[in-house]
Design a protein around this ligand. Sequence first.
Ligand SMILES: [Zn+2]
Length: 495
Amino acid sequence: MAKRRVLTGGIAQESHSFNPIVTRRERFTIVEGPAAVELNRGANSTFGGVIDAAFEVGIDLIVPTLFRAQSGGPVQDRVFEEVSEIMVDAAKRGDFNAIVLPLHGGMLTESLADPEGVLVERLRAIVGRDVPITAAFDLHAHVKESTLEPFDFLSGYLTNPHEDQSATAKRAFQAAMGILDGTFKPALAATFLPMLTLGNDTTLSGPLMEIHAYAKDALKQGRVQDVSIFNCQQFLDVEGMGQTVLAYGNGEIDEARNVSNEIMQMIWHHRDNLIAKYPDLDDELRKVRVSERSIIIGDQGDRVAAGGPGDSTYILNHLLAANIDVETYFPVYDPDAVETCNRVGAGNTISLSFGAKYSRVSPGVTVEGKVLNIGENVPVVYDGPSDGGTKAYIEKYAVFGIGNIKVLLTNQPYAYIDPDYFRAVGLDPENAKIIVTRSGYHFQLNFAKIGHVVTADTPGMTSYNIDQFAWRHARPFYPLDKIEFEPRRYERLRR
Ligand SMILES: [Zn+2]
């Protein structure tokens, strides 16, 4: 038998419907070809998982392109079309046995509510039904009927904060191999419910820990082959939005149907408990005064990791008003301020205005300070464990000092889920007393070794105060609306 080849790549980003900043091409890290494989081998990312799974069984990968960006506003249509064209052209060239895609599943474009479904539909139209197409998705994907239709198999992360990206992709890869070998006939039972989890959605404790333990048990008992529980990204204003449970049997759908229903019932049963408030910012800042340890604060209201703009000044204004002048690293997205610092040059003192151009919960800051450092294109390598080994870079930045507070101004928004973002610009995380990140979950894993990690209840575009938005497509859904437990269902058995 000739050596198998697998086509991989695509586009991965998580979108926020209410973030007005369209995600353009320059926000993406783009890789392709053998160099992409070399660069991402061993990374705890979905792409890294595809690569490692392929290496394990000596399979060659074709990577026409892979666009990856941090969360943000919907992706520019033209960027999606560029990726789609490259992938479709590669599909037309053929010479592969299966397609395995490392996607997110919670992406939007300016005009598409289900771009992942559209991309795979186009690939399916070329390769026909005989070539398996599988994918790994983020736990916060919005998976709907149109997404599932062109796929043979789809698997999602089982952890939040996410630490099983690579393992998820390996399952997707192995499913494709099983289909080729004739040992796996995916029988999918999907259940959908229009509800959101808001705040109590870590899998490390509480209801989701219990629900995932139940799913694991179903796998162990051999009732199903794979289970995914998608707790939809909370800021997607699209039709059919909500929780999705996938259960796959092997040739048999009955038990998959049962497991899928049972898990959705558990989610519904725990619905009130899946909503929770985060710790109060003042309470957390009080701890700074009495504790030797440093504190790393996730800005709940402006998480770039959840699609926020990354320019909220809420916590900084809070620090300035309270005269908290300890060694602090505070990141803000503001291209204009970066330009101003560049013009002025490092070492000079100026009055600078920055922040709050998109986030409106707290006014922009105008203050005298010193331009400490400027630079561009500095590499970042994630310590992990979340996305450990992932390589990124900070495009243009300036570090602006206000007393002991170091404001990290950037011309792109970043989530700062890893300490290496600060090291990259010359700020040693070990020296800080307060570090602010624009993530709610993942930074907690990666900063745990540095100090006390906490996500604070702050207002903004990514706070779970979701009635701040003018929803147009997603409603009715729980908790904004009173709904009955009447899940939608979708089933498919591969012949
Ligand atoms: Zn996620």
